[in-house]
Design a protein around this ligand. Sequence first.
Ligand SMILES: NC(=O)c1ccc[n+]([C@@H]2O[C@H](COP(=O)([O-])OP(=O)(O)OC[C@H]3O[C@@H](n4cnc5c(N)ncnc54)[C@H](OP(=O)(O)O)[C@@H]3O)[C@@H](O)[C@H]2O)c1
Length: 290
Amino acid sequence: MTDGPAHHPAAEFTRRFGPWALVAGASDGTGEAYARELARRGLDVVLLARRTAVLADLAASIEAQHGVRTATITADLTDPRIGAVVEQGLDGREIGLLVVNAGAVHGADHFLDRPLGSVLSLVDLNCRAPVTLAHLLGVPMRRRGRGGIVIMSSMAMTAGAAFNATYCASKAFEVILAEALWNELQPQGVDVMSVVAGATDTPSMQRSIDSWSTQDGVMDASELVVGALDHLGAGPTFVPGEANRAAARFLWPGSRVQVSQLMSEATASMYGLDHVPARGRDYFEDAPSA
Ligand SMILES: NC(=O)c1ccc[n+]([C@@H]2O[C@H](COP(=O)([O-])OP(=O)(O)OC[C@H]3O[C@@H](n4cnc5c(N)ncnc54)[C@H](OP(=O)(O)O)[C@@H]3O)[C@@H](O)[C@H]2O)c1
């Protein structure tokens, strides 16, 4: 692990993103890794997922290891009342950093052979939930003039792949949402970023695909999380791992920072809004170790 983020030096991290972080989809894998790393960096953490007992064990382990406060919310992010459920579960705690982690797909199939309910449930998880949580917690962040929002996406967002239509489309939704909010909220002190993950070793994927952990190029969840949190504030998108960045450069070429600026300016001028340009770097400009 590195010792503190590159863009926001260690002492600044808790000031910018404290006191509490909410990790949505926190019980294992990259969600657990985010929770542990944020606690290591000094934040109190609220852990949200569906399995109450797993969350309780993780909360106890984090408190014992890092001496921070924890809280848990048992909730399903596809619940149409998720905003109200989270608001009640937070019980007034001040969230300085939101991590929307849950959102993997398990199995691949023809779009028309999947039940519509299961397709729409993925839309709820990857579109409705991030929008709801970013809105719920972004409003107080903007009022305070500080905060951060991290949304986990996937390399699947780079193209519409057969047998994975809703996953690819919903992961692209997350990247574009984060890009727009990065541009809009940076001048108001709130850092927004999507994380475009490649294959990563998580219990969820181990259950889904045999020998997942030993496949070529599968990244360690903690390594991904350290890189992502180090990048927060540097640009709209982070692609963890050099091999993934090289693949993304081929699949998703061009400067996203420039495109986001151009489209923001065009939208602002069409509707007579003031636009303060956001500043940042593209994912392919990251140092080899990031
Ligand atoms: N692993 C990879 O190879 C990979 C690759 C690219 C992108 N990603 C992205 O990384 C993120 C994490 O992926 P993952 O592999 O760790 O698997 P995941 O199945 O998305 O997430 C696991 C975590 O989210 C929770 N969760 C799942 N569905 C939930 C729901 N409906 N409501 C509340 N919590 C829920 C799970 O806990 P409970 O079961 O206790 O609810 C668990 O803590 C996803 O957004 C995924 O798209 C992963």
